[in-house]
Design a protein around this ligand. Structure first.
Ligand SMILES: C[S@@+](CC[C@H](N)C(=O)[O-])C[C@H]1O[C@@H](n2cnc3c(N)ncnc32)[C@H](O)[C@@H]1O
Length: 339
């Protein structure tokens, strides 16, 4: 297959995804009727197409992306070591993590360097080319995080550094640390951000090994919906432990909207996209978990990635097409908390 054919394949899969979001989703909403239950949504004539296309377009994308990455072949070997890269070859990856090919990416994101490169290329496409310059994560950094100086920022579940880099850009004097389970994605992160002085630590976000009370900002973007409920509790407790008194927590993830079709589509997205713990997040009381961990003022607010970013409310702007209901979980460690 030549480059033109490869590009056409990616474009086709993306066009299908756009139809799914922009045409099938509004049709599903229309056919489901007012305030539908699950059965009414499932009975809509367009529903089988909606469900099938979501999973099929995603699989198609991965095949196209794998081909493109293999053809490029330029970066076979990511550096085994780099300044700031702290791998832990003895770390046992949990079975809940290794048993699932997350996002249907064949083989997952943790076995080999190629997995990280495929993940990176796929992540660009999932956002339909709209996050190539880190716009989504920069919006989060700029609108969802209190505007003040930070000394140490910890990004849990940092992946290949897409969420970590905007923090270093905005607070260049802060020590910025990304934590992830996957060695290949951390190698890619260190490679992509070489020279920026970011530390990357291979560890479980629920057990980072970082000193207690050592960070004034802990964040996690797109992480918690990938975790089984006990691990969500562990990660929030670990974030609280690592935070210094007065420090803040900012977690970006999904939250139910109260719109029956959108919320059902989101729950079922978990099944269709191999994110098995996503539906469980909506039965998990993260506010109570924050309180249990000693964090104060926990609340969710909406995050409009196509507009202003963090909103002061839990209402999202009305949109006919499918889009993910992103939200920010905010909390703080009281000034008088003990470390
Ligand atoms: C969807 S990606 C998000 C990456 C990045 N934060 C972003 O916004 O682009 C989730 C990342 O969390 C990592 N991860 C999942 N469970 C983890 C855990 N328990 N501890 C540390 N990292 C974890 C995965 O390896 C993956 O890189």
């Amino acid at each position: 297959m030549n480059d033109v054919a490869r590009q056409a394949r990616v474009e086709f899969a993306l066009a299908l995804r756009r139809q799914w979001a922009g045409t099938l989703y509004p049709a599903l909403v229309g056919q489901a009727g007012a305030d539908p239950d699950r059965a009414a949504v499932h009975a809509a004539p367009v529903y089988p197409w909606f469900a099938w296309l979501e999973r099929s377009a995603q699989k198609m994308l991965w095949r196209a992306v794998e081909d493109a990455v293999d053809a490029a072949d330029a970066e076979d070997d990511l550096p085994a070591s780099a300044p700031g890269l702290e791998l832990n070859p003895g770390l046992r990856l949990p079975a809940w993590y290794t048993d699932v090919d997350i996002h249907i990416q064949p083989g997952g994101i943790w076995r080999a360097d190629r997995d990280a490169l495929v993940y990176e290329a796929g992540a660009k496409l999932v956002m339909l080319g709209e996050n190539d310059d880190y716009a989504f994560h920069t919006l989060f950094t700029d609108t969802a995080v209190p505007d003040r100086p930070y000394e140490r920022i910890v990004d849990l579940g940092c992946g290949f550094g897409k969420s970590t880099r905007p923090f270093k850009r905005r607070w260049p004097d802060a020590e910025v640390i990304g934590v992830d389970l996957s060695a290949p994605v951390l190698r890619l992160a260190a490679h992509r951000t070489a020279g920026l002085g970011i530390r990357y630590v291979q560890a479980d976000a629920a057990d980072t090994g970082l000193p207690a009370g050592s960070a004034d900002l802990v964040t996690a973007t797109m992480l918690v919906h990938e975790l089984p409920p006990p691990v969500v509790a562990g990660v929030l407790a670990e974030a609280a432990r690592v935070l210094a008194p007065g420090g803040v927590l900012r977690v970006l993830d999904f939250h139910p909207t109260g719109d029956a079709v959108r919320d059902l589509a989101l729950v079922e997205h978990g099944d269709r996209n191999n994110e098995p713990y996503l539906p469980m997040l909506f039965d998990t009381d993260c506010l109570a978990l924050c309180a249990d961990a000693g964090l104060a003022d926990a609340r969710w607010v909406a995050f409009d990635e196509r507009g202003a970013g963090r909103l002061e409310t839990t209402r999202w702007p009305d949109r006919a097409e499918w889009h993910f209901p992103w939200a920010v979980l905010e909390a703080r460690k009281p000034e008088d908390a003990r470390v």
